[in-house]
Write a new protein. Structure first.
Length: 448
């Protein structure tokens, strides 16, 4: 069969690209070896955030006496939380299937192998396409630690299938995934210990923001062992070193959350001469083009941004360029969120990153506690908003927030960066009162 556009992978990059290309009149096929929605819908973003909301709801109810809410005989049914998670996933998969049907995208279930030229094989049949988009996503990395194959040790995919609460949980890795699951389990009363090899959690975040997040998670009962290196697993015991001293602790359940790797194996990439790295992913330019004409890549498989919304935007850029519309990725304005409680939301550069790039910078930061709406809704919770500006032009180049539901505010900061607003232009924007979003205006009073 001959197509105008073939999409390999049905995650946030794949189904967005397929829908957009089909809407532009192209004949489109999408190949997926597992389930529609990819990692995000089936093994990542959607199920984990649904469980986070369940845990947050329980935690807020249990600690609601300050609002006049008395918990009484409150309980948490993890099985029901998982049932809700599964229903959300089913509904979203049905939605994607309906969207593909509406736009006449042919969907093939199977594993694709690329061939030289513009062809690929699925289920023994060979197809051709003028352009092919590779968006096969990523998988959890499993470090070579002795004993890691034990049944009670799971990755971020495996833990989503466990619908009973463990007696305790040890998490190896204090990055975004580790912190989100730590928040889920600690919020419902499970003792959680996070073993992180770095001096601070979430090392890609602004250091002050990361420290605040860690302290807030500690309030929920999470214990962090920073600078800890896991050496082995023996039975239920986790052996690690801390400050040069050997330690061990028992774990009913262990989550290994030490990062992800691009899905590049089994696709025939070596045979066709594609430029890629097994760890770094498929090499693309800012249009999503690879070194081979007609072959494009987007999302986690490129190793550029491990974010579902980044994958979708990369897919849009690819389709635009295929259709003759010039477009390119701008990773410096890509927002990112840690969906813990409190949440973290960031976009743009940290102060250190800006200085490294040669900017003369000025910054401003204020605690969330100066905001009336914030302290009304988040009593006793620490938070902060920080901005980074180009001192020569007053242009906003970075926003970093921790506290409350800042994931719902970061789009505004992203728009400010995308449109290259200056401090004096942001001062003219009217924010409704009382809202937590006013923090984005008030923080500029503290800029130095």
């Amino acid at each position: 069969m001959k197509y105008d556009f073939a999409v390999i992978g049905a995650g946030p990059a794949g189904y967005v690209a397929a829908k957009k290309a089909a809407s532009a009149g192209l004949k489109v096929v999408m190949v997926e070896k597992k389930k529609l929605g990819g990692v995000c819908l089936n093994e990542g973003c959607v199920p984990s955030k649904t469980l986070l909301q369940a845990a947050k709801t329980y935690h807020h109810a249990k600690h609601g006496s300050i609002f006049g809410v008395e918990a009484g005989s409150l309980s948490f049914d993890f099985g029901k939380a998982h049932a809700h998670k599964n229903s959300v996933m089913d509904r979203m998969r049905d939605g994607i299937a309906g969207l593909m049907k509406k736009h006449k995208v042919e969907v093939i279930e199977g594993e694709a192998t690329l061939s030289k030229g513009s062809s690929f094989t699925v289920n023994g049949e060979t197809h051709e396409a003028d352009n092919i988009l590779l968006c096969t996503g990523s998988s959890p990395t499993i470090p070579p630690i002795p004993g890691i194959e034990a049944d009670h040790i799971v990755d971020s995919t495996g833990i989503l299938n466990i619908d009973t609460l463990p007696k305790n949980l040890v998490i190896v890795g204090g990055g975004v995934i580790g912190c989100e699951f730590a928040c889920v389990y600690a919020s419902v009363g499970v003792p959680v210990t996070v073993l992180e090899a770095m001096p601070e959690i979430c090392p890609n975040l602004d250091s002050e923001i990361a420290a605040i997040l860690r302290k807030e998670l500690e309030k929920k009962g999470v214990t962090f062992q920073l600078g800890a290196k896991v050496e082995s697993f023996e039975g239920k015991s986790v052996h690690f070193t801390l400050d040069g001293e050997s330690k061990n602790m028992d774990a009913d359940l262990v989550l290994v959350a030490t990062g992800r790797r691009p899905n590049v194996s089994g696709l025939g990439l070596e045979e066709i001469g594609l430029d890629f790295d097994p760890r770094g992913g498929v090499k693309v330019d800012n249009r999503g083009a690879t070194n081979l004409p007609g072959l494009w890549a987007a999302g986690d498989v490129t190793g550029q941004a491990w974010l579902a919304h980044a994958a979708s935007r990369m897919a849009e850029v690819v389709v635009h360029n295929i259709n003759g519309q010039k477009d390119q990725m701008r990773h410096d304005t890509m927002p990112a969120v840690v969906y813990t409680s409190p949440e973290v939301a960031v976009v743009g550069l940290t102060k250190e990153e800006a200085i490294d790039r040669g900017f003369k910078v000025k910054t401003g930061k204020i605690p969330m506690a100066i905001n009336a709406r914030y302290i009304a809704e988040n009593p006793g919770e620490e938070g902060m908003c920080k901005v980074v500006l180009d001192a020569d032009t007053n242009r906003l180049i970075g926003v970093h927030m921790v506290g409350g539901a800042c994931s719902e505010m970061i789009f505004g900061a992203t728009a400010m960066l995308e449109t290259e607003l200056r401090e004096e232009e942001i001062a003219e924007i009217v924010f409704p009162h009382p809202t937590t979003s006013e923090i984005m205006k008030d923080v500029f009073m503290a800029v130095r």
